[in-house]
Design a protein around this ligand. Structure first.
Ligand SMILES: Nc1ncnc2c1ncn2[C@@H]1O[C@H](COP(=O)(O)OP(=O)(O)O)[C@@H](O)[C@H]1O
Ligand SMILES: CC(=O)OP(=O)(O)O
Ligand SMILES: [Mg+2]
Length: 597
């Protein structure tokens, strides 16, 4: 399938043509327009092993978009079968790619005030593409989707309830880029992305840092709009919201004037007059004090976020630099990394200078012995969009089939050493009753959980024994205990908090306390019938009554003899008013994580 991809950023239009076959995308053409100034811009086109560049008389992004059909025609590129579009803001609903029909476009249009520099450009590209290529499907891929896994403590602003009810929350952007580079880095490190704590530093004209914890976005530095966080080309990033009142009263500025200035006249441009890091670096090298301050401030802000996200994840295995500045500026990478030795990150001088990104390389630039790997890789947003468009169009129409919902109460899986410590050496658990998952059973024995705030008695033990002790509680339980338990897939226990278990023989303090991520056990036959794969993420509607609810981010786990059923915990069941014998229905295919998550 031949896919044309538009990626309209805040300062550039990038586009690409990809031939997608058997799960792989090959780039046929790569083009871009950037540095719009005084009615001209720079352009590049790479196709058939040739790179051309020049200046074109396009004043803005809209004119550049309109020039793309001509570029393709001049190089004999025809037969576009699908068009993919980067859409910056997808709000809370677009959890994955979406076909752009009138209804979806109207929903995106309504989000425009939340991404004033981006969504209008994105929509312009969609409108033009629909005129030029009326037949092929147009598919949107959203910057925000990847971050919809962020937990409430990340997405919530501490503001009045009526504001939150009106939709004030954090989203995060550059999701396509953060997701792509995290997967690319994991591949280069030879480890599954689900085993790594990654900090992705995307420094383009827009810039954001993202904490990717075991394959999922935990937090990123952009918020409700792409204005929060780092210093950017024309955007301020973090400022005290108290500035609004001050500027209004002292300078008589209106809300619109303040917003426009924070979005378009701040950042590098506000500090130096130029939004382009190449200019700023050149001026700083020539002794310009304003440019030197801008570079220091830019690096300081980015370094602070790297430190913050290492703390948020309880450590970091890899830092990735990407985006125009992250890919091309060794001195900015150096400034950001200098001073991070305390957390085990040391850069290698020569490797950092010699970065070469040809052929999708993801070179490592940390010093020998650095605990944290540092990588540089091209963001390839267009490639990732092409892949997601192909996946979206190829998705099987899932034949919906009711899925039994099982509510898991709090319980413990014990490892042999924990069993011996709690119940005495050589003790064996007594099977009380088998569970529906073959080979699993509930034991007669019980244990007590103890945390700094309280204790929970008579907690069930499930057999058979496991390699590591795992304690699964609900969010409510975690407050009763007074320990912040992370939401994790079963078995993903590294870095989980420690809790005290008390048995009749003795007590232990062990890590492994989690709130289990909801999931669906499924056997291969049911998976085939429903067109689902291991590791896929789906949305499931449960309940028929007034508390009927759709659970997003539900992981499909395919095992040979599994009894197909969805597992949720007691909080989730209460939220949906679920009773015994209820069933759910898969209503959305969201994304795909690596199998075995
Ligand atoms: N060699 C370089 N050295 C420093 N900065 C660079 C270099 N090449 C590109 N940049 C910077 O990258 C930024 C643009 O990043 P890019 O990711 O292309 O933008 P966008 O966010 O619009 O997609 C600009 O600030 C530009 O100056
Ligand atoms: C969301 C955002 O800031 O995008 P860009 O980097 O393309 O401006
Ligand atoms: Mg960008």
């Amino acid at each position: 399938m031949r896919i044309l991809v538009f990626n309209a950023g805040s300062s550039s239009l990038k586009y690409g043509v990809f031939d997608h076959a058997q799960g792989a995308a090959r780039q046929v053409l790569k083009g871009g327009f950037e540095r719009f100034r005084d009615g001209v811009c720079d352009w590049t086109v790479e196709a058939g092993g040739q790179r051309e560049a020049g200046q074109a008389p396009h004043a803005d992004l809209a004119a550049a978009v309109a020039a793309v059909p001509g570029v393709l025609a001049a190089r004999g590129i025809a037969g576009v079968e699908a068009v993919g579009h980067r859409i910056a803001h997808g709000g809370p609903d677009f959890t994955g790619p979406a076909t752009l029909d009138e209804a979806t476009l109207a929903r995106i249009e309504r989000l425009t005030p939340l991404a004033p520099l981006h969504n209008p450009a994105n929509l312009q590209a969609v409108r033009l593409a629909r005129q030029v290529w009326p037949d092929p499907p147009q598919v949107g891929v959203f910057d925000t989707s990847f971050h919809l896994t962020n937990p409430p403590r990340v997405t919530t602003y501490a503001v009045p309830e009526s504001w939150r009810a009106a939709g004030l929350r954090r989203y995060g952007f550059h999701g396509t880029s953060h997701k792509y580079v995290a997967e690319r880095a994991a591949e280069a490190l030879g480890q599954p992305v689900t085993a790594l704590r990654i900090i992705s530093v995307h420094l383009g004209n827009g810039a954001s840092v993202c904490a990717i914890n075991l394959g999922r976005s935990l937090e990123s530095s952009m918020g409700l709009t792409p204005l929060e966080g780092l210093v950017m080309g024309t955007r301020s990033g973090d400022v005290d919201p108290g500035a609004f009142g001050y500027l209004h009263r002292q300078l008589g500025l209106t809300i619109e004037e303040i917003e426009a200035a924070l979005n378009r006249d701040s950042g590098l441009k506000g500090l130096t007059g130029s939004s382009d890091m190449r200019d700023v670096e050149d001026r700083a090298a020539a002794g310009d004090g304003a440019a030197q301050l801008a570079i220091n401030l830019y690096a300081h802000r980015a370094r602070k976020y790297v430190g913050a996200y290492a703390a948020a994840m309880g450590g970091v295995d890899a830092v990735i630099f990407t985006g125009g500045i992250g890919e091309n500026s060794p001195s900015m990478r150096r400034r950001i990394c200098d001073g991070l030795e305390f957390m085990g990150l040391r850069l290698d001088f020569d490797r950092n200078q010699a970065v070469d990104l040809t052929d999708r390389a993801a070179p490592q630039i940390q010093a020998y012995g650095s605990r944290v790997a540092v990588l540089v890789t091209e963001t390839a947003e267009q490639l990732q969009i092409a892949r997601e468009v192909a996946q979206h169009l190829a998705r099987p129409a899932a034949a919906p089939k009711p899925i039994p919902v099982a509510v898991s109460g709090r319980h413990v899986h014990l490892a042999a050493d924990s069993l011996a410590a709690l119940f005495g050496p050589g003790y064996e658990l007594t099977v009380k009753k088998p569970l529906r998952q073959p080979g699993n059973w509930a034991a007669e024995e019980r244990v007590t959980l103890v945390g700094p705030k309280g204790r929970i008695e008579h907690v069930a033990i499930l057999g058979p024994l496991r390699k590591r002790t795992q304690i699964e509680v609900s969010r409510t339980d975690s407050f009763a205990l007074g320990i912040d338990a992370p939401v994790r897939d079963s078995g993903q226990l590294d870095g989980t908090p420690v809790i005290r278990l008390i048995g009749p023989y003795g007590q232990i303090d062990t890590d492994g306390l989690i709130v289990a991520a909801r999931h669906i056990h499924m056997n291969p036959a049911d998976a085939l019938a429903m067109g689902l794969e291991d590791g896929q993420i789906v949305g499931v509607n449960v309940g028929q009554g007034e508390r009927s609810l759709t659970f997003g981010r539900t992981l499909i786990r395919i095992q040979p003899n599994a009894f197909t059923e969805m597992h949720i915990d007691t909080d989730e069941a209460n939220a949906a008013g679920i009773g015994a014998g209820w069933e759910g229905e898969i209503v959305a295919l969201e994304a795909h994580l690596d199998p075995g998550v």
